[in-house]
Design a protein around this ligand. Structure first.
Ligand code: SDX
Length: 431
């Protein structure tokens, strides 16, 4: 933690309190209110955490005004162009880009943990075939502590390392198994001769009945989607993982909590909701009708894939994702994909509309990812599971950072109570 460089003064009811302030390496200064309640007998109030820093971190930095996203200081567009997902995983976990030897060792460790315990195959069979893959993933990942109890003790640094590698390695296998189970096809085992993204595509799309070759351009696009979703500072699901972990719960249960939170349409579920919205719009001539609905205060409809709590000019990930969308659809000869045409025209009309400019609403990471995934052959129900397997490295990195912090305390927010003051019980005959 940095040293306090100055104080903030808080005055009310004739009293004045000095609160220490800390300056970050980037971003706004913070006011340390940890002792405020003890000193001033008041709480602060910030239900959506719009102005609250829940922790200090060295992993990811976002500048919402400038559209900047840095992972350990490296800009996301450079990582998406020049790096690959497992190297980004190493960077997020250990803080530095690896040497060639360290990268090879890391990739080998991950590759050799991609299989899941054979008994987990039976675990899947307890679900209905039409269960949403996210329901399966929450259940199966939460159950990992029952299969990998030898890496569930968070107080043991070695067990934390093993759990980290197991989660990064097995999430794609579990996501692919959830997909295969939902379509009634046999599970496909991971292959150690394929890289991370190619292995995932093979586990999803190959069948025992015939040879399957992974298209390298699709594998590269898949790898880039993983990289673009890897981490995003203290978003809702990462905050969920941190809060769950603060009680000392095992890492598998905490990551399952993160998957559950990510599922919501306001968060990671937006890519599925966005594609379903684009399909509902259907044709370019219906776009004005939906834009009008999004602007109507009395209509709960929102443009899925638009807007962001932090980014207030553009989401740098969406820019890279848009390039990938053009490459993939061009490769697949579906550049005239009607959904993509609607997406591009919707983006153009929304960005030209003063409402969206005033409210700083523009495509986020979820706007184009669904179009790429659909073109690759994934059903919309697999979009958020793919987001979850990508974000596992972010959740794991943030979890490790918090668990290793000697100042870590259990998260326990307070409240602004607006309920009844104390009153006595009334017997039913007297009511
Ligand atoms: C992700 O936090 C992260 O980092 C998340 C994420 C990550 O990598 O972890 O980036 C991934 O979750 C991306 C966001 C995906 N969600 C969506 O695409 C769903 C649609 N977007 C919205 O639900 C919304 O924009 C949020 C949830 C993303 C952000 O909501 P905020 O910051 O709480 O903003 P808000 O709801 O207070 O809205 C501000 C105004 C409101 O109007 P007023 O009440 O001020 O008049 O903007 C309007 C909203 O009505 N608004 C929208 C809109 N989003 C906000 N109007 C139309 N369409 C939208 N999409």
């Amino acid at each position: 933690m940095t040293e306090s460089t100055k104080n903030a003064t808080l005055s009310f009811d004739g009293k004045t309190f000095e609160l220490p302030m800390f300056s970050p390496t980037a971003g706004p200064d913070v006011i340390d209110i940890r002792k405020l309640y003890a000193q001033a007998d008041v709480f602060t109030y910030d239900p959506g955490f719009t102005s609250t820093a829940s922790c200090d971190s060295t992993i990811t930095f976002i500048d919402g005004a400038e559209g900047v996203l840095l992972h350990r200081g490296y800009p996301i567009d450079q990582l998406a162009e020049k790096s690959h997902f497992l190297e980004v995983c190493y960077l997020l976990l250990y803080g530095e880009l690896p040497t060639a030897a360290k990268l090879e060792d890391f990739e080998t460790r991950v590759t050799r943990h991609t299989m899941v315990h054979e008994q987990m195959h039976n675990f899947f069979r307890g679900f209905r075939r039409d269960a949403h893959p996210m329901a399966t993933m929450v259940g199966v990942v939460g159950a990992m502590s029952a299969f990998y109890a030898d890496s569930a003790d968070v107080s043991d640094p070695w067990q934390r390392e093993v759990a980290s590698i197991r989660l990064i390695a097995k999430l794609p296998t579990i996501a692919a198994m959830a997909y295969k189970y939902s379509i009634g096809q046999p599970f496909v085992y991971p292959r150690n001769d394929l890289d991370y993204a190619a292995n995932f595509l093979n586990m999803c799309f190959s069948v025992p009945a015939e040879k399957y070759e992974v298209n390298p351009i699709l594998a590269r696009a898949m790898d880039r989607i993983f990289t673009l979703h890897a981490d995003h500072e203290q978003n809702a699901s990462t905050s969920t993982v941190r809060l769950a972990s603060s009680s000392g719960a095992n890492p598998f249960a905490c990551i399952a909590a993160g998957i559950a939170c990510l599922w919501g349409p306001a968060h990671g579920g937006a890519n599925q909701a966005c594609l379903e919205m684009l399909r509902e719009i259907g044709t370019v001539d219906r776009i004005p009708e939906f834009i009008a609905r999004a602007k109507d205060k009395d209509d709960p409809f929102r443009l899925m894939g638009f807007g962001h709590r932090v980014y207030k000019n553009f989401d740098p990930r969406a820019k890279v994702m848009k390039q990938s969308a053009d490459e993939v659809l061009d490769l697949l000869g579906v550049e005239n994909n009607p959904t993509l045409q609607v997406a591009k025209e919707l983006e153009k009309q929304a960005l030209a509309d003063p409402y969206f400019a005033e409210k700083k609403l523009f495509p986020n990471v979820d706007f184009y990812s669904g179009i790429i995934l659909e073109a690759m052959g994934f059903p919309t129900s697999m979009f958020t599971p793919i987001f979850a397997l990508s974000r596992t490295i972010g959740w794991v990195s943030q979890w490790r950072e918090m668990i290793a912090d000697p100042q870590m305390k259990i998260g326990r927010p307070r409240q602004l109570y607006l309920g009844e003051t104390q009153r006595d019980y009334v017997n039913v005959e007297d009511r």
